[in-house]
Design a binder for this molecule. Sequence first.
Ligand code: CTP
Ligand code: MG
Length: 226
Amino acid sequence: ATTWLIVPAAGQGKRMGAALPKQYLTLAGAPILAVTLARLHAALPHARLVLCLDEQDRWFDPAWVPFAHWQRVSGGAERMDSVLNALQAIDATGDDVVLVHDVARPCVSTADVCALEQAATQHASGALLAMPVADTMKRESDGASARTEPRDGLWHALTPQGFRYALLCQALVHAREHDTLVTDEASAVEAIGHTPKLVSGRRDNLKVTHPDDLALAAAILAAQRE
Ligand code: CTP
Ligand code: MG
């Protein structure tokens, strides 16, 4: 079966507040988008890539794509809409595994991507990379800490996340029809009664979001090369 890889890269990077979308900022000498695609390609050289890009995008360069089989699709208003556009554009069979990975996570390790692909293939409900919550969690009420939420069994959701094509389509169409704003694929899949497998991932799979994440991501990449 074919493995498909959807990389949503149509965001504006508003929280980064840079002059261009964050996926085009330079990290260790290359644009974040190029770093992310190189990592994914090292793990999944045979995957078919679908890259979601904003129609107004002026920065993308196809020379950054190392995959032999790839296509671009237009982004949508929200991340979920971008992923749905990708799902609708591909000629997949229901049993094909589809992995989705944020372009803004350039530090993902090859081993984690491979582990996730394997778990997504094995589990009918799919799988996501995740890491256990380390900090004590507080529930706020009017700016004050009302109580401490038990962090037992709480995980941070990371990407990639992977599901059978048929399940992911069903979940995202359901989310769109019910107007639920989902920020990852797993939440859409949970909403239709499935329980994706949690695959413990490395703690350095940072999502570059705020300006100070750039120095952190550069330090992580440097440490990984040591
Ligand atoms: N994304 C997308 N289409 C959208 C919105 C987001 O493809 N309409 C992608 C982003 O490019 C990113 C991923 O979804 O790879 C996660 O989104 P996020 O980290 O929120 O990135 P941005 O939306 O670009 O950042 P911000 O929310 O700060 O504007
Ligand atoms: Mg966003």
